[in-house]
Ligand binder design. Structure first.
Ligand SMILES: Nc1ncnc2c1ncn2[C@@H]1O[C@H](COP(=O)(O)OP(=O)(O)OP(=O)(O)O)[C@@H](O)[C@H]1O
Length: 264
């Protein structure tokens, strides 16, 4: 049974249908990609999964239980963790203090009063930002701040990790290391769902990919299946030049086939 099941979810904002009957799942030990053009409904799906957005219709199940109406903090307590596109760390605290706060909160839920320095160091090393431990969070590069968000998520030892554009701000070398980290986190038994615009990363690490377009899942499958799907290629190429300004879409402008984006 998948750890996460999203079933026929619809989200309407007035006249806008942001998500339209989306059905997909995520399993432990696997990395699931959720991709699609700007405004396709990816972040809204994350909001529904984590409880920030009540769906107009549909169901979310986590570990077999219907959590569609479960508040955010209870879903978190049951093992969901999420990073945001917008950075959420406390800017005036150091990187180390940010991780300590996250560990204290997670530990508090388990009755542990004070986090151990070794735990903090371990998390910082794990995500590769130990060198920034004593810097203020608002002074570190964006990519590093995203890794700090991940460290804060891992403080709660989540079973399901939802990552919203986690690699943005990382250079090529850092992105490669990040991909390795994701694979290691999944191998430990976690389910990872990732909204990501770096197609090289998505195609390299994801076991399964769901493609959203105008709120609908238009394709689900392996990276190979998604790359060769005509509807996916049309969805990306269909954007006007004005809309099509994001770096992530640039590779699709040069070619009509996804395999030519430098993967595999
Ligand atoms: N609170 C809201 N009120 C009204 N419309 C919204 C709201 N949130 C999202 N939308 C609309 O819903 C659609 C889906 O938005 P969403 O942010 O989920 O897309 P996305 O795929 O995450 O986009 P991006 O890749 O640009 O982050 C868009 O048309 C957006 O304008």
């Amino acid at each position: 049974m998948p750890l996460l099941e999203v079933d026929e979810v619809v989200v309407r904002f007035g006249g806008v249908t942001a998500v339209n009957g989306a059905t997909f799942s995520a399993e432990e030990r696997r990395i699931t990609g959720l991709i699609g053009p700007n405004g396709a409904g990816k972040t809204t799906c994350f909001n529904v999964i984590t409880g920030l957005q009540r769906p107009t219709q549909g169901t979310v199940r986590f570990d077999g239980r219907n959590v569609t109406r479960t508040p955010v903090h209870r879903r978190s307590h049951r093992g969901m963790a999420r990073t945001f596109q917008r950075l959420e760390a406390f800017g005036s605290l150091t990187v180390r203090e940010n991780v300590r706060v996250a560990l204290d909160i997670a530990g508090g839920l388990r009755g542990v009063l004070r986090s151990q320095t070794a735990q903090i160091d371990h998390l910082l090393e794990r995500v590769g930002i130990a060198g920034y431990a004593d810097e203020r969070a608002d002074s570190i590069p964006t990519g590093t701040a995203r890794l700090l968000e991940l460290a804060r998520c891992l403080a709660g030892d989540p079973r399901l990790l939802l990552l919203d554009e986690p690699s943005s701000g990382l250079d090529e070398h850092e992105t490669d290391a990040f991909g390795e980290l994701l694979l290691a986190l999944a191998a430990e038994g976690r389910a990872i769902v990732m909204v990501e615009h770096d197609m090289d990363l998505v195609m390299t690490v994801c076991d399964e990919i769901h493609v959203l377009d105008f709120g609908e899942i238009i394709c689900s499958g392996s990276p190979g299946q998604v790359r060769s799907d005509e509807r996916v290629q049309r969805a990306y190429l269909g954007q006007s030049d004005e809309e099509n300004t994001r770096d992530d879409l640039a590779p699709f402008e040069a070619t009509t086939t996804i395999p030519a984006i430098g993967v595999g």
